[in-house]
Design a protein around this ligand. Structure first.
Ligand SMILES: Nc1nc2c(ncn2[C@@H]2O[C@H](COP(=O)(O)OP(=O)(O)OP(=O)(O)O)[C@@H](O)[C@H]2O)c(=O)[nH]1
Ligand SMILES: [Mg+2]
Length: 245
């Protein structure tokens, strides 16, 4: 049986990107499927996806949520759905082409190594691979990772990376209801939990290109949450999910 692969793409107001990112990802070799988590985007992103579902039957899935509930909870909802539907490899990818869908094939290859639990599409392995971001944002993101390494001792270069591949059993072992951070902090907390539970995290280099279409959802509160959240995380006991009694 070939590996079953699902790419989870959270969307909030991505009408300029939705159709293109779906067509590009489903055109790749390797039979990837997509799960869109759309937070009731007022710009009609949900309708664009529903339309495309008629064309991509059984390969394009959609979960609609009532309002903007945050990237972190969108992924937790997606992980639970992917586990319940028994996908072998579960990916995270943004909708705005900052992540190149073609890199999904390399993420999967690296993740299929039997020692690896999860793979990080990293901007900071070979220097800084970010295109068109304002310098201030590059510095903030780069040093955010340095800060996380200092506090957590985790040897990951790109701790806030949002381009990921997880093996299902890693996500089955994580107590997803106990993941607390919602923004960038969510990406740090997931990697830290994966590492603390003894799974191997592998980084592969990717190039991150600043969004060309649509508006940014980044806010300073997301940044603040991550800074304090990491300190609290450092002193929290990370336990595997308890089997349902
Ligand atoms: N479902 C859902 N998706 C979200 C939410 N916030 C952001 N997203 C999506 O998450 C992905 C990453 O968000 P971005 O706004 O690209 O964040 P960023 O890359 O840090 O910032 P820019 O690209 O500069 O805007 C995109 O696909 C967004 O549409 C949310 O609250 N709910
Ligand atoms: Mg983006």
């Amino acid at each position: 049986m070939p590996d079953r692969k699902i790419v989870i793409i959270p969307t909030y107001n991505e009408k300029e990107n939705a159709e293109a990112i779906i067509r590009k990802t489903l055109s790749l070799s390797g039979n990837f499927e997509i799960l869109i988590i759309n937070d009731g985007s007022p710009d009609g992103t949900g309708d664009i996806v529903k339309n495309l579902q008629k064309e991509f039957i059984k390969r394009l899935h959609l979960i609609e949520r009532s309002g903007k509930l945050g990237l972190g909870t969108a992924y937790i909802t997606g992980f639970k759905w992917a586990i319940a539907h028994k996908y072998d490899y579960i990916f995270e990818m943004d909708a705005d082409f900052s992540h190149n869908p073609e890199d999904l094939i390399r993420l999967h290859e690296a993740c299929s190594n039997n020692k690896t639990g999860a793979v990080v599409g990293s901007r900071y392995i070979t220097g800084i691979n970010v295109v068109n971001w304002p310098m201030g944002r590059v510095i903030m993101s780069y040093y955010a990772s340095a800060y996380v390494r200092l506090i957590t001792r985790m040897k990951i270069k790109d701790t806030t990376a949002g381009f990921m591949c997880y093996k299902r059993h890693v996500l089955e072992t994580i107590d997803l209801d106990n993941i607390r951070m919602k923004g960038y902090g969510f990406q740090i907390e997931m990697k830290y939990t994966t590492w603390k539970l003894g799974f191997k995290l592998k980084e592969i280099p990717i190039i991150f290109i600043d969004r060309q279409q649509g508006t940014s959802k980044m806010s300073s509160s997301i940044f603040g949450e991550a800074m304090w959240g990491v300190l609290k995380l450092r002193f929290r006991k990370i336990l595997p999910k308890q089997p349902a009694s």
